[in-house]
Write a protein that binds this ligand. Structure first.
Ligand code: BMA
Length: 313
């Protein structure tokens, strides 16, 4: 019997960045955003400190595979109002979108008040300016589309609720500060690999057939939860409309550093880079401990959404 090749081809030399390569003390390197800026791939990665709280570091690469970390962290909990009160427990899981010639960074701000999302901007990844806290508690996984729709910015996010399963929502904004017109667009699918909760992963990627969203889905087992990655395709003109959701996962924990670590059985993405040849580099944290990369053909991911779908809600 011949084996079908995996839709995501893991890089042979994973993991690509670990705590051993960071020039300041950290316990983990994971859940990183990656974008191409000028001639470099820039990675913003999350690291746990020995307090159990997180900061965000920066690493650079000429090819998207070999990364070297800057000597100092990129973003640590704020000291100034209004951010300080909401970042006291750490900053986590950054996402980056290029918009209007600059980079918009969204990240989770943790505090005794819950988890909310903060938005910051940078032009060059040397200076970073916090703009606004754009959600109240409890939200995570905010990804911003790289284009406007009818003059409005759009984002996907994942509020928590005790009543409904944790689902993906869309909201719109005229200025990236004030957000509204929120609606639920995608739910976890019962008795399916993503049945417990889902959340946006990488900022959506534009393809001819729609916006490709790589999301995470969680399945609870007798031995804890398993985090996997899947794909959904959103209408190009109306991103609230989901054209298709791939029925099967595209990546699950399989390598030893994905199965065992700070949190077992986790692959979690915050970023992917589409290359001009139609491949997409997907970056993921393994077991909340190390960074990994793999490549897929964007056409295969789109085909999975279109040809092997499951209901969006
Ligand atoms: C989620 C987030 C992620 C993390 C994942 C697995 O709830 O906290 O940052 O990677 O759990 O621990």
């Amino acid at each position: 019997m011949t084996m079908k090749p995996d839709i995501v081809r893991r890089y042979l030399h994973n993991p690509i960045l670990t705590k051993a390569e960071i020039p300041y003390p950290v316990e983990t390197v994971h859940n990183a955003a990656v974008v191409k800026h000028e001639n470099e791939y820039i990675m913003l990665f999350r690291s746990h400190l020995r307090t159990g709280r997180s900061i965000i570091g920066l690493a650079r690469s000429p090819d998207g595979f070999h990364f070297a970390a800057d000597p100092e962290p990129f973003l640590v909990p704020a000291q100034n109002t209004p951010f300080a009160a909401y970042e006291e427990f750490g900053v986590e899981d950054p996402r980056v979108t290029r918009l209007d010639g600059e980079y918009v960074i969204t990240y989770s701000a943790y505090s005794r008040n819950g988890v909310r999302i903060a938005l910051a901007k940078t032009k060059d990844f040397s200076q970073v300016e916090r703009v606004s806290l754009i959600t109240e508690a409890d939200y995570r996984n905010v990804v911003i589309f790289p284009e406007k729709f009818d003059g409005l910015y759009a984002r996907l996010d994942r509020p928590h609720s005790e009543i409904a399963p944790w689902s993906i929502w869309i909201s719109y904004s005229p200025d990236l500060r004030y957000w509204g017109q929120s609606q639920l667009i995608m739910r976890p699918e019962p008795y399916h690999w993503d049945e417990m909760k889902i959340g946006p992963g990488a900022p959506p990627i534009k393809t001819d057939q729609g916006w490709l969203s790589i999301y995470h889905g969680v399945f609870r087992t007798m031995d804890g939860s398993v985090y996997r990655l899947g794909v959904a395709l959103h209408d190009l003109a109306n991103p609230a409309k989901i054209i298709g959701v791939g029925d099967s996962w595209i990546l699950q924990p399989e390598d030893p550093w994905e199965i065992t670590g700070y949190v077992h059985n986790v692959v979690f993405t915050c970023g992917a880079v589409l290359e001009s040849d139609g491949t997409v580099k997907i970056y993921w944290g393994g077991a909340d401990t190390v960074m990994c990369v793999g490549e897929a053909n964007v056409s295969d991911l789109v085909a999975l959404c279109l040809d092997h779908g499951r209901p969006a809600k």
